[in-house]
Design a protein around this ligand. Structure first.
Ligand SMILES: [Zn+2]
Length: 250
C-alpha cells in the first residue's frame, strides 16, 4: 500500500499518498449520506500514475483496511479535474451501485463545479493526452456552487463549497464548519501553493482564493498533496501561520 491511512476525526478518513510518483491525497467522509451508499469520496486520484504505480488499487486496499468498500460510495466530489485528482472517478462510478453499477440509478454521483466541467471539456481534458493518459468519462450529477452543499432534508453533515480558482479555473474547496475542517485541493499546501502554469491557471486569481480561505476558522487544513513540510496542518495557529508563510511565496 502506498497510502497512509488516518482517521482524523469521526467520519473523516485521510488517505495520504506516499508513493514516489504523482498522485493526490484522498479524503473520505464516511457514513454521512442516507441510503445504501453512505460515503463521500473527495479526489479519488490516479488509477495508475506516470511511474505505473497502481494508485487506485492502493487506495482500495487502504480503504478496505478501514472497513470501507468502493461500492458504498454515493458521491464523488472532484475539487478539480487534473489527472492526478480525478482519473479514478470513472472506475468508481462503474463499480458502484448494485449489479456492478449497470443500473445508472445505483451509481455513485459525481460533483464538481460547472466552471471546471467546462474547462475539462475544453483545454483541461487535453492535459490527459499530453500526459499519455486516457481522459475519464463521467457525467456530473451535481454542479457545485458557492455556499451550502444541499444533501437533502435529513442530511447528516453540513458542508460548504467555496469557489477557489487559480490553480484551475473551476477549483473548489470544501469547508466543514462543525469540525473546522478545510479541504483545499491544490490551492494551498503545507508551506506551498498550487502551481499556476497549467492551462487555465492564474497566479492573481490564486492569490485571491488563498485570501478567501485564510478568512475561515480552520483547525484542520487538508491539502491535495503533501510537501517536504508535511501533509495535514493541524491547529488554528499553525494554519494561520501557514497562510502567512505562503503569502511570501506568491
Ligand atoms: Zn491540480
Amino acid at each position: 500500500m502506498q497510502h497512509s491511512s488516518r482517521q482524523l476525526i469521526d467520519n473523516l478518513y485521510c488517505y495520504l499518498w506516499q508513493g514516489r510518483g504523482n498522485n493526490c491525497n484522498t479524503y473520505l467522509l464516511a457514513n454521512v449520506l442516507r441510503g445504501k451508499r453512505p460515503h463521500i469520496i473527495i479526489d479519488p486520484g490516479c488509477s495508475v500514475n506516470e511511474l505505473r504505480e497502481p494508485c487506485f488499487d492502493s487506495l482500495l486496499l487502504s480503504m478496505q483496511g478501514d472497513g470501507f468498500k468502493i461500492e458504498d460510495i454515493g458521491l464523488i466530489i472532484n475539487t478539480h479535474t487534473h489527472p492526478d485528482h480525478c482519473a479514478a472517478t470513472e472506475v468508481i462510478v462503474q463499480r458502484s451501485g448494485q449489479e456492478g453499477g449497470k443500473d445508472k440509478i445505483n451509481q455513485a454521483l459525481v460533483a464538481l463545479s460547472s466552471e471546471e466541467e467546462e474547462y475539462y471539456r475544453t483545454m483541461g481534458g487535453r492535459l490527459f493526452s499530453m500526459m499519455g493518459l486516457k481522459a475519464p468519462q463521467f457525467e456530473p450529477f451535481i454542479y457545485l456552487v458557492e455556499g451550502d452543499l444541499s444533501l437533502g432534508k435529513e442530511k447528516k453533515i453540513n458542508l460548504q463549497i467555496l469557489h477557489t480558482p487559480g490553480h484551475s479555473p473551476g477549483s473548489i474547496s470544501i469547508y466543514w464548519p462543525d469540525n473546522k475542517v478545510l479541504i483545499t485541493g491544490d490551492v494551498v499546501f503545507y508551506g506551498s501553493v498550487g502551481r499556476t502554469d497549467f492551462p487555465g491557471g492564474s497566479i492573481t486569481v490564486l492569490k485571491q482564493s488563498i485570501e478567501k480561505l485564510s478568512r475561515l476558522e480552520v483547525e484542520y487544513l487538508l491539502p491535495g498533496h503533501s510537501t517536504e513540510y508535511g501533509s495535514i496542518i493541524e491547529g488554528k495557529e499553525r494554519v494561520e501561520l501557514n497562510f502567512k508563510a505562503v503569502r511570501f511565496i506568491i
